[in-house]
Write a protein that binds this ligand. Structure first.
Ligand code: ATP
Length: 253
């Protein structure tokens, strides 16, 4: 699958996110979107999802114009938001929560039946490392990192060809981040995975293209062409710290 951002200008509030920006997100593959706080990573995702309209330009998925249309993306894109609107005190267990999410998604229970749906839920929960003894726990009892894993499982379970993840690794411990990065890498062998991160190195081995956003500018291309001192300097400025041959981004996030 291919997402084409064609000549996009996106403005949010007073802030210009990108201007006349064109890029192709080709799947299968993993696209990283990086940039400082407020650069517009979430805004770009919401625009791709049709929840925000660009000021100019179009978004095409496999040559179909989907600009501003959430309906067309159903069954095609699964999205992990950065902030959840889901109340943590819902009286549901982990497994029941996943069942509810699946039922809200038209495809699984109706087409494949309950058994396949349950297997799919179990598979997704295992993939993100939520152990079986937690499946009967109320979601209110999960830690922040466990809840984030549950949200990732919910996104992966939908089995869409395009997956957009807004800072999926936040709240997750170092070992879990590595496991999750490997998981996203594996998934990107078959699907188009687009994700934002403040820790780009962890996913770099799996990254096919990277988009660096900041101050209304956008740099897109292969990591070796984009993750350069010149580009990072323009975007991160004083937050760039060089230690011997390494460049560190001191991100306030
Ligand atoms: N609801 C809103 N209304 C108006 N402006 C907004 C709204 N939400 C965000 N913005 C502005 O849009 C710009 C981009 O924000 P966005 O959340 O897309 O950045 P981000 O790169 O995802 O940041 P972070 O790394 O902090 O998650 C910021 O200047 C922000 O203040």
């Amino acid at each position: 699958m291919k997402i084409l951002l064609e000549n996009l200008t996106i403005i949010r509030g007073e802030k210009k996110i990108v201007e006349n920006f064109t890029a192709e997100f080709q799947g299968p593959g993993l696209i990283q979107v990086i940039g400082p706080n407020g650069a517009g990573k979430t805004t770009l995702f919401l625009t791709i999802l049709g929840l925000l309209k660009p000021s100019k330009g179009r978004i095409l998925i496999d040559n179909d114009d989907v600009t501003g249309s959430t309906q067309k993306l159903k069954g095609m894109v699964a999205y992990l938001p950065q902030r959840f609107e889901i109340p943590r005190n819902l009286p549901l267990t982990v497994f029941e929560f996943m069942e509810c999410c699946m039922r809200l998604n038209s495809k699984w229970p109706r087409v494949f039946g309950r058994k396949v749906s349950s297997d799919r839920i179990a598979q997704a929960l295992k993939l993100v490392g939520l152990e079986e003894q937690l499946w009967a726990s109320k979601i209110s009892r999960l830690s922040g990192g466990q809840f984030q894993r549950l949200m990732i499982a919910r996104t992966l379970m939908l089995d869409t060809p395009i997956i957009i993840l807004d800072e999926p690794l936040s709240n997750i411990d170092p070992e879990g981040r590595k496991i999750m990065a490997d998981l996203f890498g594996r998934i990107s062998n078959e699907k188009l995975v687009i994700l934002s991160s403040h820790d780009p190195m962890l996913l770099m081995p799996y990254t096919s293209k990277i988009l660096v956003l900041g101050s209304g500018q956008a740099y897109y291309g292969a990591p070796q062409d984009v993750v350069t001192k010149v580009v990072l300097n323009k975007i991160y400025g004083e937050c760039l710290i060089e230690v011997k041959d390494h460049i560190h981004i001191a991100d306030w996030h």
